[in-house]
Design a protein around this ligand. Structure first.
Ligand SMILES: [Mg+2]
Length: 362
């Protein structure tokens, strides 16, 4: 039976190194390696595309990387910064479907079958995601579009970095046939060696091998190999557990500097966050703001209430204080992004005391 799903796989390009190059413009265009100490026994976590030209790869020892490219710039990871960008990207993805399955900080599957039911093309959604990620995070993300996870993931890798590639159902087998078997999900180096001794090198070779032979050699895994060699993969996209926050954020076409305008924008966002909370029957305990400056420096400030919040005026009441805290009153800054979030979510409590909440702010 034909698989009619529309699956997108997205993967940020050289993620940790890209965040460093974004936050430190002097690193752009240079070989940058994020990972362990090259003087010790550390390994490369991620390296920039400039470093890859020297043959440097993830999981290589940092010492080896330095011998390949002595002028490379070695940085220790800033996980908080990477997590912040990752959260921002996952939030963008969830605008298109709740069926988002993050695989790591920089990768996720989306099932956009329902989102395409009204005639919107999956490739158009992929284009919008790529543009939004670039615009709102300053990072590039590659995307692959196909009819299952196996092919969507291969597709996102096909035009990296900053690429988009579509494998429609009728092209699936043609795409797979010439690939080395090691490209397939679940086919590791040991399996590649064993298949090689059987004269099986490409996916076409694998497809031409009887299923029973593969099962005899590899057991249950052999049945999987027979399936994926035929471009079949019915694994569902499994969204991550219940959401932990409801938020709204916006990148401005032109940076904002006026404090009254910033505050008015935050208050407007508080209304939208409140509407979303009420639509989902949720309330939270913590209200937070995010401010990203023109140089991409990002600060967050939060206030935790002792009771549930969901009303717009309650969320809005703590915004002036949070804004003053994020941007000291006398400072002159240029802001490219603002966000408002309510977190520490729970199902809405019965008749919480709105006045009680207000008193906490005094
Ligand atoms: Mg990546």
């Amino acid at each position: 039976m034909a698989d009619l799903r529309k699956i997108i796989h997205v993967d940020l390009d050289a993620f940790f190194a890209a965040v460093e190059q974004r936050d430190h413009p002097e690193l752009r265009g240079k070989p940058v390696i994020v990972g362990g100490d090259p003087a010790g026994r550390g390994v490369v976590a991620t390296c920039s595309y400039e470093a890859r030209r020297y043959g440097i790869r993830s999981a290589m020892t940092a010492a080896r990387a330095r011998s390949l490219c002595p002028q490379a710039i070695f940085l220790r990871p800033r996980m908080e910064a990477y997590r912040d960008s990752s959260r921002q990207v996952m939030t963008i993805l969830r605008r298109y479907t709740p069926l988002v399955e993050p695989l790591s900080l920089d990768e996720a599957f989306l099932d956009v079958t329902a989102a395409t039911a009204n005639g919107v093309l999956a490739v158009q959604i992929a284009r919008e995601i790529r543009a939004a990620v670039r615009q709102e995070t300053g990072l590039t993300i590659s995307a692959g579009v196909s009819y299952n996870k196996l092919l969507a993931k291969l597709a996102s890798d096909w035009r990296k970095p900053d690429g988009l590639f579509v494998i429609p159902p009728e092209k699936g087998l043609t795409f797979l046939s010439p690939l080395p078997v090691g490209k397939l999900h679940g086919v590791g180096p040991a399996t590649v060696r064993k298949l090689s001794t059987m004269g099986i090198h490409t996916v076409l070779d694998l497809r031409n091998t009887p299923r029973e032979t593969l099962i005899a050699q590899f057991g249950k895994a052999g049945a999987w190999f027979a399936e994926i060699a035929r471009g079949r993969d019915h694994r569902p996209v499994q969204p991550s557990r219940a959401r932990k926050s409801v938020g709204v954020e916006r990148t401005f076409p032109e940076n904002l500097e006026d404090r009254h305008l910033l505050l008015a924008t935050l208050q407007d966002m508080a209304e939208r966050v409140s509407a979303r909370l009420q639509a989902q029957g949720l309330a939270g305990r913590t209200a937070g703001i995010k401010v990203r400056f023109a140089d991409f420096r990002t600060v967050t400030r939060a206030y935790t209430f002792s009771q549930s919040i969901w009303r717009p005026e309650t969320i809005a009441a703590c915004l002036p204080g949070l804004l003053d805290n994020a941007i000291p009153v006398e400072s002159h800054v240029s802001v490219r992004l603002l966000g408002v979030t309510v977190s520490a979510l729970q199902a809405e409590e019965e008749s919480p005391s709105h006045l009680g909440q207000m008193r906490l702010l005094d």
